[in-house]
Design a protein around this ligand. Structure first.
Ligand code: PNS
Length: 158
């Protein structure tokens, strides 16, 4: 089975993430979306809440599972028998950091490959941080995040 892992903070999941998830699920037998537990960033949603939001947003995709991990990403992939890390790239500004991480992951685990997917242009401006900013100030989240989770985001920021 060809298993890929799509790691991230997903605080919260956006339509940009969902675009990558759908496209990756067409290519791989199974996609494990995995939330980093010990992130130094102060999150809006707990890991359990983010898992729930991701489950709701991907309920129509059969070959996707939601999980979480702590420690090194490559160790999580080895545990799950996965060989590919999926990363979304929005702009050139993402590249330098992602390039560094891909090279370090490859140094730590040469058998694991990082696959970059370009985000669709209509989502290239989207990020979880900008979604939180819009929600905090009462702006519309229409087309920014999956419909199923809009209410949860407003509830949390208020
Ligand atoms: O959505 P994010 O916050 O950009 O995701 C970053 C993430 C979780 C993919 C990255 O921080 C990560 O993989 N962290 C785990 C520690 C690790 O393995 N780092 C890379 C090699 S040092």
């Amino acid at each position: 089975m060809n298993i890929a892992v799509y790691p991230g903070s997903f605080d919260p999941v956006t339509n940009g993430h969902l675009d990558i998830i759908k496209r990756a699920s067409d290519i791989f037998d199974k996609v494990i979306i995995s939330i980093l537990e010990n992130n130094s960033k102060e999150p809006l949603f707990t890991v359990e809440e983010r898992i729930e939001l991701l489950k709701r947003s991907t309920s129509d995709i059969q070959n996707v599972v939601i999980d979480s991990f702590s420690g090194l990403l490559v160790n999580f992939l080895r545990e799950k028998n996965a060989r590919v890390i999926i990363k979304g790239l929005r702009a050139v500004s993402d590249f330098e950091y992602e390039f560094q991480m891909a090279l370090m992951n490859s140094k730590l685990a040469p058998e694991i490959e990082t696959l970059f997917m370009m985000t669709s242009s209509k989502y290239s401006y989207l990020s979880s941080s900008i979604v939180k900013e819009v929600a905090k100030h009462g702006g519309s989240l229409n087309e920014l995040v999956p419909e199923e989770i809009v209410g949860e985001i407003y509830k949390k920021v208020n």
